[in-house]
Design a protein around this ligand. Structure first.
Ligand code: NAP
Length: 472
């Protein structure tokens, strides 16, 4: 006896009947993965393929027809075929007239072709409405459901209605469409999945080079120098002491480098008397990766904190403490507490803790989920005011730590300054420049310039409308 279908199946069937059929050209990896997702979301799917023979790879419920037959069944056709095979589509021009063609293709190299794949498709089929979408979502993510990294779907196209239809489809699949404008944006969208951490390259290369430099510097002064002059083997310092010097130095230098381009940009704007001229390329690129520089600096500061926490359990420190106690006991003399030293040590620790706290706060506000929930003024306040406060505290932390050795000749081994003195160069330069820029005689014209005032208005200039990212 036939039983009534369960309510969920009936609901799915009724949803499917409401959805329009979607056609996919190509039964390859991406076409099949997308079809599976579409079927799960209640869309009837029909494949347009070179071969209509039944295949176990094709998702259940999808039909496989010839390209022309499949195109006739749907208003939206997803072209899941590599760009180099697009030429076969010209022969289908009549069947594809007025259809929405979704170009999902990617290339192997950035800017591989003179025009984007979507523009090429539009040239091949001028009577179809081409929309670029889905290229940033991988077949694997669609199949496995792990869409966390690629939930955003960039969409662009010249026909507003076609774009709306595709964006609706994207939403129905549980993804987030991001309208990128006309088909001109397709080139950028196609380059997007080919980029490998573009904003991280400079910060990582810079921090790697600085790490090598400062490590060798410490090695020369703390290990090689005592060995050469006193035949003392201090090579064990390589494991904890030297990294615990290199990490805070890098954290401070990189934090200084986060704020240096902003100060340089302000000086440049004052010098030029306008904000409507492009910054040099290097400054523009430097400004764009300040967040990444700051995060690398925060990572070094965190490692410094961890290294500092293990100091009391180090064998060398325990040996040094016990030998001091023994020598006091042998000489029957107790060293009185040096309150100046105690003050310096506590201030140094307090400045470090506070500096690190604001540093972490900066890092947290740079997370997209946090920065999206604050307004522009709040974001600027944290990144600029609290950022400078973190820089001041960390610089003071280093100054209090080593300030007393500045005038002691023995601290200059091989005539080289100790590493913490080197670490102060960039942050001190930034703070001095920032302090000078705060004076009303400079701050007032700078504010006017950033509001659009120009000393010598010259227009129109091609780059006139390019707004330089003003210093934070
Ligand atoms: P694929 O596995 O190689 O499949 C491509 C399909 O195109 C083939 O299965 C075939 O389907 C059809 N085809 C091959 N040669 C053809 C020709 N000469 N003429 C007409 N049709 C031909 O490639 P894919 O990984 O699915 O990628 C398809 C498109 O999606 C590409 O443009 C790719 O850049 C893009 N994409 C892929 C991914 C991914 O994760 N794979 C992610 C984003 C975007 P029939 O045999 O059924 O005709």
């Amino acid at each position: 006896m036939a039983t009534a279908p369960p309510a969920s199946m009936a609901l799915a069937a009724s949803t499917a009947s409401k959805r329009d059929t979607i056609c996919i050209f190509g039964t390859g990896d991406f076409g099949r993965a997308l079809a599976q997702k579409l079927i799960q979301s209640g869309y009837p799917v029909v494949f347009g393929s070179r071969s209509t023979k039944p295949s176990s790879l094709v998702p259940r419920g999808a039909e496989v027809l010839s390209h022309v037959e499949a195109a006739q069944k749907a208003a939206i056709i997803i072209v899941a075929v590599q760009r180099q095979h697009y030429s076969f589509l010209s022969s289908l021009a009549e069947a594809l007239q007025g259809k929405v063609l979704v170009d999902v293709s990617n290339n192997l190299k950035i800017d591989q072709y003179p025009e984007s794949n979507a523009q090429y498709l539009a040239q091949l089929l001028p009577d179809a409405k081409v929309v670029k979408a889905f290229n940033t979502v991988s077949a694997w993510a669609l199949q496995s459901g792990t869409l966390d990294a690629s939930r955003q779907v960039f969409v662009c196209g010249d026909d507003a209605e076609a774009k709306r239809m595709v964006m609706e489809l994207v939403r129905a699949l549980g993804l987030t469409p991001l309208d990128q404008g006309s088909l001109l944006a397709a080139r950028q969208i196609e380059n997007y999945p080919l980029q490998l951490f573009p904003m991280w390259r400079f910060p990582i290369l810079l921090s790697l080079s600085l790490t090598i430099f400062f490590f060798l510097y410490c090695l020369a002064l703390d290990v090689i120098y005592p060995y050469v002059y006193r035949k003392q083997d201090l090579s064990f310092l390589i494991a904890v002491s030297i990294p615990n010097k290199v990490c805070p130095v890098l954290a401070l230098v990189l934090l200084g480098l986060v704020y240096l381009p902003g100060v340089l940009a302000a000086i440049l704007q004052l010098w030029r008397g306008t904000k409507y001229r492009r910054f040099p390329g290097w400054l523009d690129r430097w400004m764009l990766c300040r967040k990444q520089l700051g995060l690398v600096a925060l990572a070094f500061a965190s490692v410094h904190v961890l290294y500092t926490l293990v100091i009391p359990i180090r064998s060398y420190i325990r040996w040094r403490t016990s030998s001091q106690i023994v020598s006091q006991a042998l000489s029957n003399r107790t060293q009185p507490l040096d309150t100046t030293n105690a003050w310096l040590s506590d201030s140094y620790l307090a400045l470090g803790i506070l500096g690190f706290f604001f540093f972490v706060l900066l890092g947290i506000t740079s997370l997209p989920s946090v920065s999206n929930s604050v307004n522009w003024r709040e974001f600027r306040f944290v990144q600029s005011k609290l950022g400078y406060l973190a820089l001041v505290l960390c610089t003071a932390h280093t100054l209090v730590y080593g300030g007393k050795w500045f005038l002691v000749p023995s601290s200059y081994k091989w005539c080289l300054p100790p590493i913490y003195m080197l670490s102060l160069v960039v942050p001190c330069a930034v703070l001095v420049l920032k302090f000078v820029l705060v004076f009303p005689c400079l701050d007032k014209p700078l504010t006017q310039i950033r509001q659009g005032w120009e000393r010598n208005p010259q227009r129109p200039e091609p780059s006139h409308l390019i707004i330089n990212k003003s210093a934070v």
